[in-house]
Structure formats: C-alpha cells, structure tokens
Ligand binder design. Structure first.
Ligand code: ATP
Ligand code: MG
Length: 549
C-alpha cells in the first residue's frame, strides 16, 4: 500500500503498540444501511481497510442494521457497489442482525448477573430522571426489581405483550456518573416493526451501544475505529465487553470526522434533501455522496488523493471544498481526453471557404505533457462553424484577444480567420459572425502568430448537447443546517444547450473529457444516443491555494 497520511496516522501508532502484545489486526467498516455513502464514509472505510492491510489483517463489511425503521435493502446493494468503486474489498460480509440471537442471550445473561433491569419509565420520564451535565440523575423506581421479575418482563417484551415504548431493558450502572451515557443506558427497546433481514421475528431490538461491542467481539475485531462522537460512548462500550465476559476485548479508537465547506456530510440531512425533492436524488451530481461524485465524473483516485491530503487527526476540522476540486482537476488534467464543445453557440461563416468542402483537423487527445501518448482525433472543418458566444465582442475592452470586428484569431488546430462583419437582431444580439480565413495559416504549417486561439465545432456535423454546470450546493462555507432546504443555492445548477464534436455522440458516463477552454466534463446517464448530456465535473480554473503558497 502506498504511504500517505491515512496509513501513517496516530491510529497506526496505537495499533502498532497493541500488535506487540497480540499480533492480530482485524477491523470492520460498519455503515448503517439507511442512505448512500458520502465522502466522509470513505475516510472511515479507508482507515478501516488500510489499517487491516498494513498489519496483514482483514476488514469485514458489517451492515449496522439494528434499527429496523430506517433501513432498506436498496441501500445495502448501493453501499457494496460504492465500496468496490473506491477500490476496497472486504473479508466477511456481516449484518448486525446476524447477532440478534446472541444479543438477546447476552441481555438475559446481564439480567441474571443483576446488571440489567426492565424499566417502565417512558421516554420523557427517562429524560427527566437522567439529570444534566451539572446534576446527577435519579434512580428509576424500577431499578431494584428482582432478577425473576426482570427475566419474566423481558421474555414478555420479546413475546410482544407490550406496545412500543412501554418498557426498556436498561443497564444498571450509575445514575450519578459524570458521563451521561453511563446513567443506566437503554440496551433494548420495544419496536413492533419488520426488519429487512429478520422479518417479523423480533419486536425488541438492541440499541447501538449494546449491539456494536457485541458484534465487534464476536467477529474478533481487535480495533473498532470510529468517529469522534463515539468517544463519550467508549466507557459504555468497554462496560458491555466486560460484563458480557468476552475473552477477546476489542479496543475502540476514535478519529475526527471529515467536514467539508459548503456541504453537509450527514445522511440525515442528505436524506432530507432527497425526500423533499430539493435535489434530484442521492446521485444528484451536486451531492457529496459517492454515487453523485461518480456520476459527476470525480475519479475515485482523486477522492483518495483529497483524503490523504486532508489527513487523519484526533481534532475536528473543516476542509476547503476547493481542495477537493483541486485534486479532481489535477487528476483529470493528466487523464481527460481533450475535445471541443461550444456551450453557448453563435454561428461563424467563413465566406471565402468553398461550400460543401471539409478538411480534417487533428486535435490531440492529450496535451504533450499528458500522462500517456493518446494520439489524435479529427474534426471536419468547413464553411460554417459554431463558436462560443462570448468569444466574439462587437465593442470589446482592451486586451480582448478573441474575435472582434476587423480582428484576427486562430481557430484551434485550424486556420487564422479575420472577422469581416456580423448580423444582429434589433436588440443588438448577434446571430452570426462572418470571417475570411488565411489559406496560408494552417496550424503547424505556418509561423504567423496571432494573440488568441478559440475553439469551434463544425455546424453541420456537431452533435447537439446539454451541459449541466454545477456550483456548490450551499454558497456559504458553513451550512445553516436549521434552514437546510432554504439554504440550497439556486445557482448550484445551470443548464446550457450547445454542441459537441461528432465523436462525442455516444460518450459514456465516467469517461472524462476536457472541453478545451470550457471545463472538465463527463456524460450523464440521462444521455441518449445522439443526444448526449454532459455534467461539468470541475471548472478549468483553480481557486484553491495550497497552504504556504
Ligand atoms: P451519518 O451522520 O452520515 O449518517 P453515521 O455515522 O450515522 O453518519 P454510519 O453509516 O453509521 O453513518 O457510518 C459508518 C461509519 O462511517 C462509522 O464508523 C462512522 O463513524 C463513519 N463516518 C460517518 N460519517 C463520517 C465522516 N464525516 N467522517 C469520517 N467518518 C465518518
Ligand atoms: Mg451511525
């Protein structure tokens, strides 16, 4: 594995220390199948998979499906696909629900040990009894039930005798603990819901804090790596492992979540945006999900490059979204084929070019310093072309090196043309530009230089195309989560209609192109044969300033 800040983090140092005493490393990546993976999850999976690989161990994929309410089989398949797309593979595929029987048996064990009890307080009462950060909690009046009564009630909870929320099984720890998570946390709750794996078998479900350490211990996980919000849950994690008397004790290590400016990285919010219709779906190319990034044309390697630069630390931080774009742009600059597209066309007629005649113009697929010698493709050049509307100005400012009346410009790969006139409507909007070409000026065969070069496509052979231009979903660096939907920037998508070179008629999704002078694009799955739709992956211009420069 390549060395980078993910594989050389503080986590590695902890694991290396443990490895001296017990030379086994087993990790797990535990997504909850209640939505699609976002780029924050990639940080977590990379840590999990890379630590296992580094120490010659293995990493399981475990769907954390202990909450039947929000989970769905659709998400399970999508998550697997996304992990593979990132280039990772798991050892065993597990489900938290695989261990429901064991969780139940262990709950019975804790009741018998006198460290768990059935409590009849409802949700609001439990909150009242729990106390606050500054005040200790109060013991539940049901805390001292006998083991027999607890066992009887727990069995009846399982048998479905009580409605949702009527009772919980709670750990008997310490209502005065300074750590609120240790104030008799719930271990099991009643929920009359079918589960996507276990169907109607259960109407009680273990809580995450109870189930997770059990799952880890059963799978032989040595290091349970998770994000920082679980730090305050670690004493409870250890309590469960201890009380269940697992011989092998997994160790939880926390690291900071990935946060990125101008977006939200939380399934809860992303789901809200999808369900409200504020975005077109989980794979709307503006979303920070992996399926959206793939659709937009982000290469998986660029995402890894970004995460490696962002690093793994214990302290929370927010990474500039421009850095992600920078990494994508760097990758595409080396790998994207060059082609021409006109996103806001006006016609250019070369009046001294004979009608019906075309000449093939070679366009290099990659610039000379590109990663590979990718050859050339040809574009037919003729009398009528399209050029970009803003490459022509009737009254240009100084230093406008594109086309203007009486001015000269080179058409990329082809000839120098001189503007001889134009046609405009009554509002002044230009419909058509006229020019004459210099037959001696063919690119590569002529030493005459002009200041500007513009791109073009042949008017009759070009393919009509739609271009979707994206900007950040939120135009403030810090997103106002309380007004999430209202905060979505209306400028985050602009649709344009123009033309592309003929060979792009059947462009395939995920294949990157640099439309010269326009940006990096890839075909969207909405494309139809002969009617391609392109997503702008990133703009050409880089606004990101690496630190220290
Ligand atoms: P979300 O709030 O997006 O739903 P989650 O933690 O509930 O996040 P899970 O599916 O439970 O989502 O997460 C699986 C793993 O990914 C967990 O170990 C979690 O800590 C980690 N993870 C989730 N979001 C991030 C993030 N932004 N940065 C790093 N790790 C993350
Ligand atoms: Mg979670």
């Amino acid at each position: 594995m390549e060395e980078n800040s993910i594989s050389r983090s503080f986590i590695e140092e902890f694991i290396a220390e443990d490895y001296k005493a017990y030379p086994v490393v087993k990790t797990r990546f535990p997504p909850e199948p209640n939505g699609y993976l976002h780029i924050g999850h990639v940080k977590a999976m990379w840590v999990d998979f890379s630590m296992a690989e580094k120490f010659g161990g293995s990493c399981n994929l475990r769907f954390d499906d202990t909450n039947p309410v929000k989970e769905d089989a659709e998400f399970v398949e999508a998550i697997k696909k996304d992990i593979h797309w990132m280039g990772f593979d798991w050892d065993k595929l597990c489900f938290g629900s695989d261990y429901f029987d064991t969780c139940f048996e262990l709950a019975v064990k804790l009741i018998k040990k006198g460290v768990a009890y059935v409590c009849d307080l409802d949700k609001d009462q439990i909150r009242e009894y729990r106390g606050t950060l500054t005040e200790p909690g109060v013991n539940s009046p049901y805390r001292d039930r006998s083991v027999e009564e607890n066992l009887d009630l727990f069995m009846r909870m399982k048998a479905g005798e009580f409605p949702d929320g009527a009772r919980t099984l709670r750990a008997k720890i310490d209502m005065a603990s300074p750590n609120i998570n240790m104030r008799d946390p719930a271990l099991y709750r009643i929920l009359h819901r079918a589960h996507h794996q276990t169907g109607d078998k259960w109407c009680i479900y273990p809580m995450y804090d109870f189930a997770h350490p059990i799952q880890d211990a059963i799978e032989g996980v040595t290091h349970s790596l998770c994000s920082l919000e679980y730090e305050a849950h670690r004493p409870l994690y250890n309590w469960v492992v201890e009380q269940c008397e697992f011989e092998h004790k997994p160790r939880q290590i926390e690291f900071a979540r990935l946060n990125i400016t101008n977006t939200v990285l939380s399934k809860r919010y992303l789901r809200m945006m999808v369900e409200s219709g504020a975005v077109s779906g989980w794979d709307d190319p503006r979303m920070p999900t992996l399926c959206a990034m793939r659709r937009r044309g982000y290469p998986a390697d660029a995402i890894k490059d970004f995460l490696a630069r962002a690093g793994v630390a214990k302290a929370d931080s927010v990474v500039d979204a421009a850095m992600l774009e920078h990494c994508v742009r760097e990758n595409l600059n080396m790998n994207a084929h060059r082609a021409m597209a006109v996103t806001d066309p006006i016609k250019l007629v070369i009046t001294n070019w004979p009608e019906g005649v075309t000449e093939d113009i070679a366009i290099e697929n990659l610039p000379v310093d590109g990663a590979a010698d990718a050859g050339c493709h040809s574009v037919p050049f003729g009398r009528e072309l399209y050029i970009e509307r803003d490459d022509f100005m009737v009254e240009p400012p100084r230093k406008f090196f594109r086309l203007k009346p009486e001015g000269e410009v080179r058409l990329k790969g082809a000839y120098i043309v001189k503007c001889t006139g134009y046609e405009a409507d009554e509002t002044g909007r230009v419909n058509c530009v006229f020019a004459e070409y210099d037959p001696e000026s063919r690119s590569g065969e002529c030493t005459r230089k002009v200041k500007g070069t513009i791109h073009w496509v042949p008017a009759d052979a070009a393919i009509p195309a739609e271009f979707r231009i994206y900007e950040p979903l939120f135009d403030t660096e810090e997103v106002d989560a309380d007004n999430l939907l209202e905060s979505i920037s209306p400028d985050s998508i602009t649709v344009k209609h123009g033309f592309v070179e003929p060979f792009l008629a059947g462009a395939k999704p995920e294949v990157p192109y640099q439309f010269m002078r326009v940006g990096y694009f890839t075909a969207d799955p909405d494309s139809r044969e002969g009617a391609p739709v392109f997503n702008r992956t990133v703009a050409l211009k880089d606004s990101y300033k690496p630190q220290g420069s």
